[in-house]
Design a protein around this ligand. Structure first.
Ligand code: ZN
Length: 435
């Protein structure tokens, strides 16, 4: 019975090109999810395979190699845990004598795992010839298995076994049509990965207003497997975003931070947009009308149309120099930054900072609203350098420190490799999409 599981997984992995299938199979049960979070902390037993797995036969071969060896001399019975079950019920369904419950619980402290079963989980019973219970197996988590085995002396011994986590590299790539969010979901990215991607390039690209149909993105990231089964995504290793003909690249360094392929910093003094793109409705409106004056005005700021209550972030580190409610501005906040730069946020429904407050980049300073002279809810955002209004989305800004010395040399070597893999995969993927 149990041997049919691995086969199923082999078939699923064979169809890796359709990542989504795998995603949909991940249990969303909260109990399961919290158990899976162990993945993050596990550092031992990692195996890195950096070759980009193209969706071909090699992927299937890999998966087969990590499948556990089954002892075929035993006859296996698998019992599903039901709501309200006690161990006795489960043993009864496996046709195991009730007295075995205590015998097995006494087989070592590792056997305690049997007292914390969740509905939907499986307990597997292996019987030797003559119906003698030889072995019990239970998957404690994606990373741990309980095995209770009957020794030659007839005594049962419980052991918890750590599964080896294998890390594979995957690349997902897509072309934007419609919204970035939906295009990225279609390409197979998870919501978390989409937000990570937008954060990575949030210093270069205004994801709320500058995304265009035809823009492309590629993401190389880790996927974790235990015994051939997918158990969760790891972090992004490298990413590329092509926006209106401009190519932006980010590669993870061994210090966990991301840098441009040449070792330059991704981080800048200002975010391109003070609003997360997820809230902004007008993704494709290159020539916006001023909401009140009704004509295209060379107006001193950028308008972001989003629901009332949308969080507004400080674009950079600084100090609040005004936080008030007045006339056409409505509720507004001004922040003073280094280099004689001031950012202004107008028409807020709520202000979360007061004059004199220090703010860090990304801090919530208020909520989007429709106060002052407006016809609808929006954020009016201004970027003023030395008293002159500048376009916050195109102005050249000073960048944070790049990598230096040996770190830079090593990083750029690694980055070159990642970017080459990313591009190779992108070509394959885009060609496949055109057929
Ligand atoms: Zn405006």
């Amino acid at each position: 019975m149990i041997s049919s599981f691995p086969l199923k997984h082999r078939l699923i992995i064979a169809g890796l090109a359709t990542f989504l299938t795998v995603m949909l199979l991940i249990p969303s049960d909260p109990a399961e999810a919290s158990k899976n979070s162990e993945t993050q902390s596990l550092e031992v037993g990692k195996r890195y395979s950096l070759a980009v797995p193209m969706p071909t036969e090699t992927e299937v071969a890999d998966a087969t190699a990590t499948l556990p060896q089954e002892d075929n001399s035993l006859e296996w019975v698998s019992v599903e845990v039901k709501k309200g079950d006690v161990l006795g019920h489960i043993f009864k369904r496996a046709k195991v004598d009730a007295s075995m419950v205590q015998t097995l619980l006494d087989s070592g402290k590792d056997a305690k795992a049997l007292t914390r079963l969740f509905p939907g989980e499986q307990v597997e019973f292996g019987f030797a010839a003559g119906g003698v219970l030889q072995e019990v197996r239970y998957n404690i988590s994606n990373l741990k298995t309980l095995r209770i085995e009957r020794g030659t002396d007839g005594k049962y011994v419980a052991k918890q076994l750590q599964k080896e986590v294998e890390i594979r590299t995957e690349v997902l790539t897509g072309v934007i049509s419609g919204s970035f969010w939906n295009s990225a979901l279609r390409a197979g990215l998870t919501e978390g990965q989409i937000l990570d991607l937008a954060n990575l390039f949030g210093y270069d690209v205004d994801f709320a207003l500058d995304i265009r149909a035809g823009d492309t993105f590629s993401v190389m990231f880790e996927r974790h497997y235990a015994e051939g089964q997918f158990i969760g995504n790891g972090g992004i290793l490298a990413a590329q975003f092509q926006n209106q003909g401009q190519v932006y690249q980010a590669v993870r360094h061994t210090d966990g931070n991301f840098y441009k392929a040449d070792g330059g910093s991704m981080r800048q003094a200002f975010l391109r947009a003070p609003v997360s793109f997820q809230y902004v409705s007008s993704n494709f409106n290159p020539r916006r009308m001023h909401p009140v004056l009704g004509k295209i005005k060379a107006h001193n700021g950028v308008d972001y149309v989003a629901p009332v209550g949308t969080p507004i972030m400080a674009a950079g580190d600084g100090k609040v120099i005004e936080s008030a409610m007045k006339g056409a501005n409505g509720n507004y906040v001004y922040v003073q930054h280094a280099n004689n730069i001031v950012t202004k946020y107008l028409h807020l429904s709520k202000r979360d900072v007061k004059r004199g407050d220090k703010v860090r980049q990304g801090d919530i300073i208020g909520r989007l609203g429709a106060t002052g002279r407006v016809t609808g809810a929006h954020l009016h955002y201004e970027f003023v350098v030395g008293g002159v209004h500048r376009n916050p989305r195109t102005v050249k800004l000073p960048q944070a420190e790049p990598l230096q010395g040996v770190a830079r040399v090593e990083f750029t070597k690694q980055a070159k490799q990642y970017i080459a893999q990313l591009k190779a995969y992108e070509r394959v993927q885009l060609a496949a999409n055109q057929q």
